[in-house]
Design a binder for this molecule. Structure first.
Ligand code: ASP
Length: 601
Protein backbone atom coordinates (compact mmCIF):
# COMPACT_ATOMS: atom_id res chain seq x y z
CA UNK A 1 0.00 0.00 0.00
CA UNK A 2 1.24 3.41 -0.90
CA UNK A 3 1.91 5.62 2.08
CA UNK A 4 0.02 8.82 2.66
CA UNK A 5 1.20 11.96 0.94
CA UNK A 6 -1.39 14.46 2.05
CA UNK A 7 0.78 16.07 4.71
CA UNK A 8 3.87 16.16 2.50
CA UNK A 9 5.04 18.90 0.16
CA UNK A 10 8.15 18.68 -1.93
CA UNK A 11 10.52 21.53 -1.13
CA UNK A 12 13.30 20.98 -3.68
CA UNK A 13 14.18 19.05 -6.77
CA UNK A 14 16.72 16.31 -6.00
CA UNK A 15 19.05 17.58 -8.70
CA UNK A 16 18.84 21.16 -7.42
CA UNK A 17 20.45 20.77 -3.99
CA UNK A 18 23.72 22.62 -3.48
CA UNK A 19 25.98 23.71 -0.61
CA UNK A 20 23.64 26.70 -0.10
CA UNK A 21 21.02 24.35 1.35
CA UNK A 22 23.34 22.81 3.97
CA UNK A 23 21.60 22.82 7.34
CA UNK A 24 18.09 23.10 5.85
CA UNK A 25 15.48 20.41 6.30
CA UNK A 26 14.15 19.48 2.89
CA UNK A 27 11.53 17.15 1.45
CA UNK A 28 12.49 15.40 -1.77
CA UNK A 29 10.43 13.08 -3.95
CA UNK A 30 11.65 10.95 -6.76
CA UNK A 31 12.75 7.57 -8.06
CA UNK A 32 15.31 5.38 -6.34
CA UNK A 33 18.04 5.17 -8.93
CA UNK A 34 20.32 2.95 -6.87
CA UNK A 35 20.40 1.63 -3.32
CA UNK A 36 23.52 0.44 -1.55
CA UNK A 37 23.78 -1.01 1.94
CA UNK A 38 27.24 -0.32 3.31
CA UNK A 39 27.52 -1.97 6.67
CA UNK A 40 24.30 -0.80 8.20
CA UNK A 41 24.11 2.56 6.42
CA UNK A 42 21.84 2.67 3.37
CA UNK A 43 22.64 5.03 0.51
CA UNK A 44 19.95 5.85 -2.03
CA UNK A 45 20.56 7.93 -5.13
CA UNK A 46 17.26 9.69 -5.55
CA UNK A 47 16.42 10.88 -9.04
CA UNK A 48 14.00 13.39 -10.53
CA UNK A 49 14.04 15.39 -13.73
CA UNK A 50 16.71 17.73 -12.39
CA UNK A 51 19.19 15.00 -11.52
CA UNK A 52 20.39 12.78 -8.70
CA UNK A 53 21.02 13.43 -5.07
CA UNK A 54 22.44 11.10 -2.42
CA UNK A 55 20.18 10.19 0.50
CA UNK A 56 21.76 8.55 3.54
CA UNK A 57 19.71 6.50 5.99
CA UNK A 58 21.56 5.93 9.26
CA UNK A 59 19.92 4.00 12.11
CA UNK A 60 21.27 6.51 14.62
CA UNK A 61 19.50 9.37 12.79
CA UNK A 62 16.21 7.50 12.39
CA UNK A 63 15.80 3.80 12.93
CA UNK A 64 12.45 3.95 11.15
CA UNK A 65 13.84 5.70 8.07
CA UNK A 66 16.69 3.22 7.99
CA UNK A 67 14.29 0.28 8.07
CA UNK A 68 12.23 1.84 5.30
CA UNK A 69 15.35 2.46 3.19
CA UNK A 70 16.08 -1.22 3.48
CA UNK A 71 12.83 -2.02 1.68
CA UNK A 72 13.43 0.40 -1.20
CA UNK A 73 14.23 -1.12 -4.60
CA UNK A 74 15.17 0.36 -7.96
CA UNK A 75 12.53 2.72 -9.42
CA UNK A 76 10.44 2.83 -6.23
CA UNK A 77 8.99 6.30 -5.81
CA UNK A 78 9.81 7.63 -2.36
CA UNK A 79 9.59 10.79 -0.32
CA UNK A 80 12.50 11.72 1.92
CA UNK A 81 12.54 14.31 4.65
CA UNK A 82 15.88 15.16 6.13
CA UNK A 83 18.67 17.61 6.73
CA UNK A 84 21.08 18.63 3.96
CA UNK A 85 24.61 18.02 5.10
CA UNK A 86 27.96 18.82 3.50
CA UNK A 87 29.93 15.78 2.42
CA UNK A 88 33.44 15.41 3.72
CA UNK A 89 36.20 16.11 1.20
CA UNK A 90 36.89 12.44 0.56
CA UNK A 91 33.24 11.48 -0.01
CA UNK A 92 32.41 14.30 -2.44
CA UNK A 93 31.37 13.19 -5.92
CA UNK A 94 32.60 15.65 -8.52
CA UNK A 95 30.61 13.84 -11.25
CA UNK A 96 27.30 14.94 -9.72
CA UNK A 97 26.11 18.54 -9.60
CA UNK A 98 24.81 17.70 -6.14
CA UNK A 99 28.01 15.83 -5.25
CA UNK A 100 29.01 18.18 -2.44
CA UNK A 101 25.95 17.43 -0.31
CA UNK A 102 23.73 14.61 0.89
CA UNK A 103 20.44 14.36 2.73
CA UNK A 104 20.36 12.60 6.11
CA UNK A 105 16.97 10.90 6.16
CA UNK A 106 14.70 11.60 9.15
CA UNK A 107 11.76 10.07 7.39
CA UNK A 108 11.23 7.96 4.28
CA UNK A 109 7.87 7.09 2.78
CA UNK A 110 7.36 4.63 -0.01
CA UNK A 111 4.87 6.28 -2.34
CA UNK A 112 4.91 3.66 -5.03
CA UNK A 113 6.61 0.33 -5.52
CA UNK A 114 7.98 -0.67 -8.91
CA UNK A 115 8.44 -3.87 -10.83
CA UNK A 116 11.97 -4.57 -11.95
CA UNK A 117 12.40 -2.55 -15.15
CA UNK A 118 13.34 -4.50 -18.31
CA UNK A 119 16.40 -2.32 -18.81
CA UNK A 120 18.48 -0.05 -16.61
CA UNK A 121 17.54 3.61 -16.47
CA UNK A 122 20.83 4.98 -17.76
CA UNK A 123 22.21 6.56 -20.90
CA UNK A 124 24.06 3.69 -22.50
CA UNK A 125 21.49 0.95 -22.61
CA UNK A 126 22.15 -1.98 -24.90
CA UNK A 127 18.44 -2.88 -25.04
CA UNK A 128 16.76 -3.09 -28.45
CA UNK A 129 14.85 -0.04 -29.52
CA UNK A 130 11.62 -2.05 -29.70
CA UNK A 131 11.82 -2.81 -25.98
CA UNK A 132 12.63 0.81 -25.24
CA UNK A 133 9.58 1.90 -27.24
CA UNK A 134 7.29 -0.64 -25.60
CA UNK A 135 8.30 0.69 -22.17
CA UNK A 136 8.62 4.26 -23.37
CA UNK A 137 7.74 5.66 -19.92
CA UNK A 138 10.87 4.00 -18.55
CA UNK A 139 12.93 4.99 -21.55
CA UNK A 140 11.84 8.59 -21.06
CA UNK A 141 13.30 8.52 -17.54
CA UNK A 142 16.80 8.05 -18.95
CA UNK A 143 18.84 11.24 -18.53
CA UNK A 144 19.48 11.51 -22.28
CA UNK A 145 15.79 11.41 -23.16
CA UNK A 146 15.06 13.91 -20.41
CA UNK A 147 17.69 16.23 -21.89
CA UNK A 148 16.40 15.78 -25.45
CA UNK A 149 12.76 16.43 -24.63
CA UNK A 150 13.70 19.49 -22.57
CA UNK A 151 15.86 20.82 -25.37
CA UNK A 152 12.95 20.35 -27.74
CA UNK A 153 10.72 22.30 -25.35
CA UNK A 154 13.25 25.14 -25.18
CA UNK A 155 13.52 25.16 -28.96
CA UNK A 156 9.74 25.31 -29.41
CA UNK A 157 9.43 28.09 -26.84
CA UNK A 158 12.26 30.08 -28.40
CA UNK A 159 10.59 29.89 -31.81
CA UNK A 160 7.22 30.85 -30.34
CA UNK A 161 8.76 33.80 -28.50
CA UNK A 162 10.60 34.98 -31.60
CA UNK A 163 7.55 34.83 -33.85
CA UNK A 164 5.35 36.43 -31.21
CA UNK A 165 7.83 39.31 -30.83
CA UNK A 166 7.47 39.92 -34.56
CA UNK A 167 3.70 40.00 -34.40
CA UNK A 168 2.94 36.54 -35.73
CA UNK A 169 -0.25 35.00 -34.38
CA UNK A 170 -0.42 31.31 -33.51
CA UNK A 171 -3.66 29.99 -34.98
CA UNK A 172 -4.82 26.39 -34.94
CA UNK A 173 -6.24 24.73 -38.02
CA UNK A 174 -8.33 21.55 -38.18
CA UNK A 175 -7.13 17.97 -38.07
CA UNK A 176 -10.34 16.63 -39.56
CA UNK A 177 -10.24 18.20 -42.95
CA UNK A 178 -9.95 17.68 -46.67
CA UNK A 179 -7.01 16.26 -48.55
CA UNK A 180 -4.05 18.64 -48.91
CA UNK A 181 -1.90 18.09 -51.96
CA UNK A 182 1.60 17.74 -50.51
CA UNK A 183 2.31 14.71 -52.63
CA UNK A 184 1.97 11.98 -49.99
CA UNK A 185 -0.83 9.55 -49.19
CA UNK A 186 -3.53 10.82 -46.82
CA UNK A 187 -4.56 9.30 -43.53
CA UNK A 188 -8.32 9.04 -43.84
CA UNK A 189 -10.98 9.12 -41.13
CA UNK A 190 -14.41 7.74 -42.05
CA UNK A 191 -17.34 9.92 -41.14
CA UNK A 192 -19.93 8.22 -38.93
CA UNK A 193 -22.53 10.83 -39.79
CA UNK A 194 -21.94 10.84 -43.55
CA UNK A 195 -21.37 7.26 -44.62
CA UNK A 196 -19.02 6.88 -47.54
CA UNK A 197 -17.39 10.23 -46.80
CA UNK A 198 -14.00 10.77 -45.26
CA UNK A 199 -11.98 13.40 -43.55
CA UNK A 200 -8.30 13.51 -44.37
CA UNK A 201 -5.78 14.33 -41.66
CA UNK A 202 -3.75 17.30 -42.89
CA UNK A 203 -0.48 16.61 -44.68
CA UNK A 204 0.13 20.25 -43.78
CA UNK A 205 -2.07 23.24 -42.92
CA UNK A 206 -1.27 24.67 -46.36
CA UNK A 207 -4.74 25.57 -47.61
CA UNK A 208 -5.89 26.86 -44.23
CA UNK A 209 -2.89 29.09 -43.74
CA UNK A 210 -3.44 30.62 -47.16
CA UNK A 211 -7.11 31.14 -46.34
CA UNK A 212 -6.05 32.83 -43.09
CA UNK A 213 -4.24 35.37 -45.31
CA UNK A 214 -7.48 35.89 -47.26
CA UNK A 215 -9.09 36.22 -43.82
CA UNK A 216 -6.85 39.18 -43.04
CA UNK A 217 -4.57 37.74 -40.36
CA UNK A 218 -1.43 38.86 -42.16
CA UNK A 219 1.16 36.97 -40.11
CA UNK A 220 0.39 33.42 -39.00
CA UNK A 221 2.32 30.61 -37.45
CA UNK A 222 1.51 27.30 -35.86
CA UNK A 223 3.49 24.51 -34.29
CA UNK A 224 1.53 22.13 -36.44
CA UNK A 225 1.18 18.39 -36.49
CA UNK A 226 1.16 16.94 -40.00
CA UNK A 227 0.27 13.46 -41.15
CA UNK A 228 1.63 11.68 -44.19
CA UNK A 229 1.00 8.01 -44.87
CA UNK A 230 4.28 7.19 -46.54
CA UNK A 231 6.53 4.20 -46.40
CA UNK A 232 8.89 5.33 -43.72
CA UNK A 233 12.57 5.84 -43.97
CA UNK A 234 14.81 6.20 -40.96
CA UNK A 235 14.34 9.95 -40.80
CA UNK A 236 10.58 10.09 -41.29
CA UNK A 237 7.62 9.78 -38.96
CA UNK A 238 4.00 9.36 -40.07
CA UNK A 239 3.04 12.23 -37.82
CA UNK A 240 5.53 14.99 -37.47
CA UNK A 241 5.68 18.57 -36.32
CA UNK A 242 6.48 21.59 -38.37
CA UNK A 243 6.65 25.27 -37.60
CA UNK A 244 4.22 26.47 -40.20
CA UNK A 245 4.45 30.12 -41.21
CA UNK A 246 2.61 32.38 -43.64
CA UNK A 247 2.70 36.12 -44.22
CA UNK A 248 0.85 38.60 -46.42
CA UNK A 249 2.58 41.16 -48.64
CA UNK A 250 6.06 39.62 -48.33
CA UNK A 251 8.90 41.51 -49.99
CA UNK A 252 11.48 39.55 -51.97
CA UNK A 253 13.71 39.22 -48.90
CA UNK A 254 11.02 38.90 -46.21
CA UNK A 255 11.13 35.13 -45.73
CA UNK A 256 14.94 34.97 -45.69
CA UNK A 257 15.08 37.85 -43.20
CA UNK A 258 12.50 36.20 -41.00
CA UNK A 259 13.92 32.68 -40.99
CA UNK A 260 17.68 33.22 -40.70
CA UNK A 261 17.53 34.89 -37.27
CA UNK A 262 15.09 32.17 -36.17
CA UNK A 263 17.74 29.55 -36.87
CA UNK A 264 20.40 31.74 -35.26
CA UNK A 265 18.36 31.79 -32.09
CA UNK A 266 17.71 28.07 -32.29
CA UNK A 267 21.41 27.26 -32.59
CA UNK A 268 22.29 29.68 -29.81
CA UNK A 269 20.43 27.27 -27.53
CA UNK A 270 23.34 24.87 -27.92
CA UNK A 271 25.96 27.62 -27.87
CA UNK A 272 26.54 27.71 -31.63
CA UNK A 273 26.86 30.97 -33.53
CA UNK A 274 26.04 31.05 -37.24
CA UNK A 275 26.69 33.96 -39.55
CA UNK A 276 24.06 35.66 -41.68
CA UNK A 277 23.19 35.93 -44.49
CA UNK A 278 23.03 32.23 -45.29
CA UNK A 279 24.37 31.39 -48.75
CA UNK A 280 21.90 30.77 -51.55
CA UNK A 281 22.14 28.55 -54.59
CA UNK A 282 19.62 28.18 -57.38
CA UNK A 283 18.44 24.58 -57.66
CA UNK A 284 20.06 24.13 -61.08
CA UNK A 285 23.44 25.25 -59.75
CA UNK A 286 23.17 23.07 -56.63
CA UNK A 287 22.49 20.06 -58.81
CA UNK A 288 25.26 20.90 -61.23
CA UNK A 289 27.90 21.67 -58.62
CA UNK A 290 27.02 19.22 -55.86
CA UNK A 291 24.73 16.69 -57.56
CA UNK A 292 22.06 17.32 -54.93
CA UNK A 293 19.17 19.65 -54.17
CA UNK A 294 20.27 19.59 -50.53
CA UNK A 295 24.03 19.69 -50.67
CA UNK A 296 26.09 19.23 -47.54
CA UNK A 297 28.37 22.25 -47.50
CA UNK A 298 30.45 21.11 -44.54
CA UNK A 299 32.94 20.14 -47.20
CA UNK A 300 33.49 21.51 -50.66
CA UNK A 301 34.47 18.84 -53.25
CA UNK A 302 32.55 20.31 -56.19
CA UNK A 303 31.53 18.31 -59.24
CA UNK A 304 32.93 19.66 -62.52
CA UNK A 305 31.62 19.04 -66.01
CA UNK A 306 34.41 17.63 -68.16
CA UNK A 307 32.33 16.44 -71.11
CA UNK A 308 34.20 18.68 -73.58
CA UNK A 309 37.61 17.50 -72.39
CA UNK A 310 36.59 13.82 -72.40
CA UNK A 311 35.23 14.21 -75.94
CA UNK A 312 38.59 15.23 -77.32
CA UNK A 313 40.92 13.47 -74.89
CA UNK A 314 41.38 10.60 -77.29
CA UNK A 315 40.38 7.82 -74.89
CA UNK A 316 37.46 5.65 -75.82
CA UNK A 317 36.45 5.21 -72.20
CA UNK A 318 32.69 5.56 -72.50
CA UNK A 319 31.98 4.21 -75.96
CA UNK A 320 28.87 5.66 -77.48
CA UNK A 321 27.67 7.37 -74.34
CA UNK A 322 28.97 10.87 -74.96
CA UNK A 323 27.75 10.75 -78.55
CA UNK A 324 24.33 9.88 -77.20
CA UNK A 325 24.24 12.94 -75.00
CA UNK A 326 25.71 11.65 -71.75
CA UNK A 327 27.76 14.09 -69.76
CA UNK A 328 31.02 13.43 -68.00
CA UNK A 329 31.35 14.84 -64.55
CA UNK A 330 34.34 14.73 -62.28
CA UNK A 331 35.19 14.74 -58.57
CA UNK A 332 38.63 15.26 -57.08
CA UNK A 333 39.76 13.13 -54.15
CA UNK A 334 42.58 14.91 -52.37
CA UNK A 335 45.86 13.00 -52.09
CA UNK A 336 45.73 13.58 -48.33
CA UNK A 337 42.73 11.23 -48.20
CA UNK A 338 45.17 8.43 -48.92
CA UNK A 339 42.71 6.30 -50.87
CA UNK A 340 44.21 3.10 -52.28
CA UNK A 341 43.87 1.59 -55.74
CA UNK A 342 42.12 -1.45 -54.28
CA UNK A 343 39.61 0.78 -52.49
CA UNK A 344 38.98 2.70 -55.72
CA UNK A 345 38.25 -0.53 -57.59
CA UNK A 346 35.83 -1.51 -54.83
CA UNK A 347 34.16 1.90 -54.98
CA UNK A 348 33.60 1.40 -58.66
CA UNK A 349 32.18 -2.07 -58.20
CA UNK A 350 30.18 -1.70 -55.02
CA UNK A 351 29.17 1.89 -54.93
CA UNK A 352 29.07 3.14 -58.43
CA UNK A 353 28.10 0.09 -60.46
CA UNK A 354 26.33 -1.72 -57.65
CA UNK A 355 24.30 0.94 -55.94
CA UNK A 356 24.42 4.26 -57.70
CA UNK A 357 24.05 3.10 -61.28
CA UNK A 358 22.11 -0.09 -60.64
CA UNK A 359 21.26 -0.95 -64.22
CA UNK A 360 24.69 -0.59 -65.55
CA UNK A 361 26.30 -3.83 -64.48
CA UNK A 362 28.36 -4.99 -67.40
CA UNK A 363 27.84 -1.77 -69.28
CA UNK A 364 30.69 0.59 -69.91
CA UNK A 365 29.57 3.16 -67.43
CA UNK A 366 32.48 2.47 -65.12
CA UNK A 367 34.03 5.24 -63.14
CA UNK A 368 37.22 6.40 -64.72
CA UNK A 369 39.91 6.82 -62.10
CA UNK A 370 42.87 9.05 -62.90
CA UNK A 371 45.62 9.87 -60.43
CA UNK A 372 47.51 13.05 -61.18
CA UNK A 373 51.00 11.57 -61.55
CA UNK A 374 53.66 11.58 -64.29
CA UNK A 375 53.14 7.85 -64.59
CA UNK A 376 49.41 8.23 -65.34
CA UNK A 377 50.19 10.85 -67.95
CA UNK A 378 52.81 8.65 -69.61
CA UNK A 379 50.35 5.73 -69.64
CA UNK A 380 47.56 7.80 -71.12
CA UNK A 381 49.85 9.15 -73.84
CA UNK A 382 50.87 5.57 -74.65
CA UNK A 383 47.17 4.77 -75.13
CA UNK A 384 46.90 7.66 -77.57
CA UNK A 385 45.42 10.34 -75.31
CA UNK A 386 46.39 13.98 -75.62
CA UNK A 387 48.60 15.17 -72.77
CA UNK A 388 47.55 18.74 -73.37
CA UNK A 389 43.84 17.95 -73.05
CA UNK A 390 44.47 15.84 -70.00
CA UNK A 391 46.39 18.66 -68.33
CA UNK A 392 43.55 21.00 -69.21
CA UNK A 393 41.12 18.62 -67.54
CA UNK A 394 43.28 18.45 -64.42
CA UNK A 395 43.45 22.23 -64.27
CA UNK A 396 39.70 22.58 -64.78
CA UNK A 397 38.83 20.24 -61.92
CA UNK A 398 41.59 21.71 -59.75
CA UNK A 399 43.45 18.45 -59.16
CA UNK A 400 46.82 18.92 -57.45
CA UNK A 401 49.73 16.51 -57.77
CA UNK A 402 48.78 12.99 -56.59
CA UNK A 403 45.07 13.85 -56.27
CA UNK A 404 42.68 11.36 -57.82
CA UNK A 405 40.05 12.41 -60.33
CA UNK A 406 36.91 10.29 -60.62
CA UNK A 407 35.01 10.73 -63.86
CA UNK A 408 31.49 9.32 -64.19
CA UNK A 409 28.90 9.66 -66.89
CA UNK A 410 25.24 10.17 -66.44
CA UNK A 411 23.39 8.81 -69.34
CA UNK A 412 20.39 8.33 -67.08
CA UNK A 413 19.13 11.87 -66.80
CA UNK A 414 20.39 15.26 -67.83
CA UNK A 415 21.43 16.04 -64.28
CA UNK A 416 21.68 12.74 -62.55
CA UNK A 417 22.34 12.84 -58.84
CA UNK A 418 24.72 9.89 -59.01
CA UNK A 419 27.83 12.02 -58.70
CA UNK A 420 26.23 13.79 -55.76
CA UNK A 421 25.78 10.52 -53.90
CA UNK A 422 29.37 9.59 -54.67
CA UNK A 423 30.53 13.02 -53.48
CA UNK A 424 28.79 12.54 -50.15
CA UNK A 425 30.12 9.02 -49.66
CA UNK A 426 33.65 10.17 -50.47
CA UNK A 427 33.33 13.16 -48.17
CA UNK A 428 32.41 10.79 -45.33
CA UNK A 429 34.98 8.17 -46.20
CA UNK A 430 37.87 10.63 -46.53
CA UNK A 431 36.71 12.39 -43.34
CA UNK A 432 36.40 15.71 -45.14
CA UNK A 433 33.22 16.61 -43.27
CA UNK A 434 33.67 18.99 -40.37
CA UNK A 435 31.34 17.27 -37.89
CA UNK A 436 31.19 20.32 -35.64
CA UNK A 437 30.12 22.73 -38.37
CA UNK A 438 26.58 23.97 -39.00
CA UNK A 439 26.25 24.98 -42.66
CA UNK A 440 23.01 26.49 -43.80
CA UNK A 441 22.07 26.95 -47.41
CA UNK A 442 19.01 28.23 -49.22
CA UNK A 443 18.22 26.36 -52.40
CA UNK A 444 16.03 28.58 -54.57
CA UNK A 445 14.30 28.62 -57.96
CA UNK A 446 13.10 25.03 -57.97
CA UNK A 447 11.31 23.93 -61.12
CA UNK A 448 7.56 24.46 -60.80
CA UNK A 449 6.69 21.13 -62.40
CA UNK A 450 8.29 17.83 -63.08
CA UNK A 451 7.19 15.60 -65.89
CA UNK A 452 6.30 12.01 -65.11
CA UNK A 453 6.95 10.07 -68.31
CA UNK A 454 5.03 7.00 -67.12
CA UNK A 455 1.92 8.97 -66.14
CA UNK A 456 2.45 11.30 -69.13
CA UNK A 457 1.67 14.38 -67.10
CA UNK A 458 3.20 17.14 -65.03
CA UNK A 459 3.29 17.10 -61.25
CA UNK A 460 4.02 20.00 -58.90
CA UNK A 461 7.50 19.79 -57.47
CA UNK A 462 6.26 21.57 -54.35
CA UNK A 463 2.47 21.87 -54.14
CA UNK A 464 0.12 23.34 -56.72
CA UNK A 465 -0.24 26.70 -54.94
CA UNK A 466 3.36 27.68 -55.60
CA UNK A 467 3.88 30.83 -57.65
CA UNK A 468 6.17 30.96 -60.68
CA UNK A 469 9.00 33.40 -61.18
CA UNK A 470 7.41 36.28 -63.04
CA UNK A 471 10.05 36.21 -65.78
CA UNK A 472 9.17 32.57 -66.52
CA UNK A 473 5.38 32.99 -66.68
CA UNK A 474 5.46 33.26 -70.48
CA UNK A 475 6.73 29.65 -70.63
CA UNK A 476 3.67 28.25 -68.85
CA UNK A 477 1.92 27.29 -72.06
CA UNK A 478 4.86 26.47 -74.28
CA UNK A 479 7.41 24.81 -71.98
CA UNK A 480 5.94 24.27 -68.52
CA UNK A 481 8.88 22.05 -67.58
CA UNK A 482 11.18 25.08 -67.79
CA UNK A 483 9.18 27.34 -65.48
CA UNK A 484 10.97 28.07 -62.23
CA UNK A 485 9.06 28.47 -58.98
CA UNK A 486 9.31 31.15 -56.32
CA UNK A 487 10.17 28.32 -53.99
CA UNK A 488 12.99 27.83 -51.54
CA UNK A 489 14.28 25.08 -49.32
CA UNK A 490 16.49 25.60 -46.34
CA UNK A 491 19.20 23.01 -45.93
CA UNK A 492 21.37 22.37 -42.89
CA UNK A 493 24.36 20.05 -43.17
CA UNK A 494 22.85 18.23 -46.12
CA UNK A 495 19.40 17.80 -44.56
CA UNK A 496 16.35 19.65 -45.80
CA UNK A 497 15.10 21.39 -42.68
CA UNK A 498 12.40 23.53 -44.25
CA UNK A 499 10.78 24.69 -47.42
CA UNK A 500 8.20 27.06 -48.74
CA UNK A 501 7.22 29.42 -51.49
CA UNK A 502 5.40 32.52 -52.58
CA UNK A 503 1.86 31.56 -53.51
CA UNK A 504 -0.43 32.15 -56.41
CA UNK A 505 -2.93 34.77 -55.31
CA UNK A 506 -4.80 35.05 -58.59
CA UNK A 507 -7.71 32.63 -58.88
CA UNK A 508 -7.56 32.47 -62.69
CA UNK A 509 -3.87 31.57 -62.64
CA UNK A 510 -4.51 29.03 -59.90
CA UNK A 511 -7.23 27.42 -62.03
CA UNK A 512 -4.84 27.32 -64.97
CA UNK A 513 -2.17 25.56 -62.91
CA UNK A 514 -4.70 22.89 -61.91
CA UNK A 515 -5.39 22.40 -65.63
CA UNK A 516 -1.69 22.06 -66.38
CA UNK A 517 -1.59 19.40 -63.68
CA UNK A 518 -4.21 17.52 -65.69
CA UNK A 519 -6.94 17.98 -63.10
CA UNK A 520 -10.36 18.07 -64.75
CA UNK A 521 -12.69 20.99 -64.04
CA UNK A 522 -14.81 18.67 -61.99
CA UNK A 523 -11.89 17.36 -59.93
CA UNK A 524 -10.67 20.91 -59.34
CA UNK A 525 -14.13 22.02 -58.26
CA UNK A 526 -14.56 19.00 -56.03
CA UNK A 527 -11.16 19.22 -54.31
CA UNK A 528 -10.29 22.91 -54.40
CA UNK A 529 -13.46 24.75 -55.41
CA UNK A 530 -13.77 26.40 -52.00
CA UNK A 531 -10.18 27.54 -52.19
CA UNK A 532 -10.42 29.02 -55.68
CA UNK A 533 -13.59 30.76 -54.59
CA UNK A 534 -11.82 32.19 -51.54
CA UNK A 535 -9.09 33.58 -53.80
CA UNK A 536 -11.80 35.55 -55.65
CA UNK A 537 -12.68 37.71 -52.65
CA UNK A 538 -9.58 39.92 -52.46
CA UNK A 539 -6.45 37.91 -51.79
CA UNK A 540 -3.25 39.59 -50.65
CA UNK A 541 0.00 38.39 -52.21
CA UNK A 542 1.37 35.96 -49.67
CA UNK A 543 4.05 33.41 -49.02
CA UNK A 544 5.40 31.21 -46.31
CA UNK A 545 7.46 28.32 -45.22
CA UNK A 546 7.35 25.25 -43.02
CA UNK A 547 10.29 24.25 -40.84
CA UNK A 548 10.72 20.70 -39.63
CA UNK A 549 10.76 20.85 -35.85
CA UNK A 550 11.58 17.20 -35.13
CA UNK A 551 14.58 17.26 -37.43
CA UNK A 552 15.90 20.52 -36.02
CA UNK A 553 15.54 19.17 -32.49
CA UNK A 554 17.38 16.04 -33.59
CA UNK A 555 20.26 18.04 -35.02
CA UNK A 556 20.49 20.27 -31.93
CA UNK A 557 20.45 17.25 -29.63
CA UNK A 558 23.18 15.61 -31.72
CA UNK A 559 20.98 12.57 -32.31
CA UNK A 560 20.79 10.35 -35.37
CA UNK A 561 17.15 9.34 -35.02
CA UNK A 562 13.98 11.43 -34.91
CA UNK A 563 12.63 8.93 -32.39
CA UNK A 564 15.10 10.23 -29.82
CA UNK A 565 13.50 13.67 -29.81
CA UNK A 566 9.82 12.66 -29.97
CA UNK A 567 8.21 11.57 -26.71
CA UNK A 568 5.97 8.95 -28.30
CA UNK A 569 7.28 8.09 -31.76
CA UNK A 570 6.22 5.40 -34.19
CA UNK A 571 8.36 2.61 -35.56
CA UNK A 572 9.38 2.27 -39.20
CA UNK A 573 6.17 0.32 -39.78
CA UNK A 574 4.10 3.17 -38.31
CA UNK A 575 3.21 1.34 -35.10
CA UNK A 576 3.12 2.60 -31.56
CA UNK A 577 4.62 -0.30 -29.61
CA UNK A 578 3.59 1.09 -26.24
CA UNK A 579 -0.13 1.52 -26.83
CA UNK A 580 -0.24 -1.16 -29.50
CA UNK A 581 -1.73 0.92 -32.26
CA UNK A 582 -2.91 0.49 -34.90
CA UNK A 583 -5.25 -2.19 -33.59
CA UNK A 584 -8.50 -3.90 -34.57
CA UNK A 585 -11.72 -2.32 -33.36
CA UNK A 586 -15.02 -4.02 -32.49
CA UNK A 587 -17.26 -4.92 -35.44
CA UNK A 588 -20.12 -2.71 -34.28
CA UNK A 589 -17.82 0.29 -34.24
CA UNK A 590 -16.85 -0.46 -37.82
CA UNK A 591 -20.46 -0.99 -38.83
CA UNK A 592 -21.37 2.40 -37.42
CA UNK A 593 -18.85 3.98 -39.75
CA UNK A 594 -20.37 2.29 -42.75
CA UNK A 595 -17.07 0.86 -43.93
CA UNK A 596 -16.19 -2.66 -44.93
CA UNK A 597 -12.92 -4.18 -43.78
CA UNK A 598 -11.19 -6.41 -46.27
CA UNK A 599 -8.54 -8.48 -44.52
CA UNK A 600 -5.15 -8.56 -46.22
CA UNK A 601 -4.44 -12.06 -47.46
N1 ASP B 1 3.10 23.27 -46.94
C1 ASP B 1 4.48 23.13 -47.28
C2 ASP B 1 5.02 21.84 -46.63
O1 ASP B 1 4.45 21.34 -45.69
C3 ASP B 1 5.32 24.26 -46.82
C4 ASP B 1 4.92 25.56 -47.40
O2 ASP B 1 4.82 25.68 -48.63
O3 ASP B 1 4.78 26.51 -46.59
O4 ASP B 1 6.02 21.31 -47.06
Amino acid sequence: MAEKTQDLARTHYCGALREAQVGETVTLMGWADTRRDLGGVVFIDLRDREGLCQVVARPEVSAEAHAKADRVRGEYVIAVRGKVSARSAETQNPKLATGGVEVLADEIRILSEARTPPFPIEDDVATSEDIRLKYRYLDLRRPKMQRNIRLRHRLTMEIRRYLDELGFLEIETPFLTKSTPEGARDYLVPSRVHHGQFYALPQSPQIFKQILMVGGFDKYFQVARCFRDEDLRADRQPEFTQVDIEMSFPGPESIFELIEPLYQRALALIGVTVERPFPRLPYAVALERYGSDKPDLRFEMPITDVTDEMKVLGLDTFPGLIENGARCRALVLPASGGISGTRLRKINEELWLGRIVPDSRGSKRNLLTLKNTDETIANLVKKGASEEVFRKLLAKVGAAKDDTVLVGTDAVGPLSMAMGILRLEMGKELKLIDEKAFRFLWVTDFPLFEYDAAAKRFFSVNHPFTAALEEDLHLLDSEPGKVRAKAYDIVLNGLEVGGGSFRIHDSALQAKIFKLLSLSDEETRERFGFFIEALQYGTPPHGGIALGLDRLAMILAGEQSLRDVIAFPKTASASDLMSGSPSPVPDDQIAELGVLVVKKT
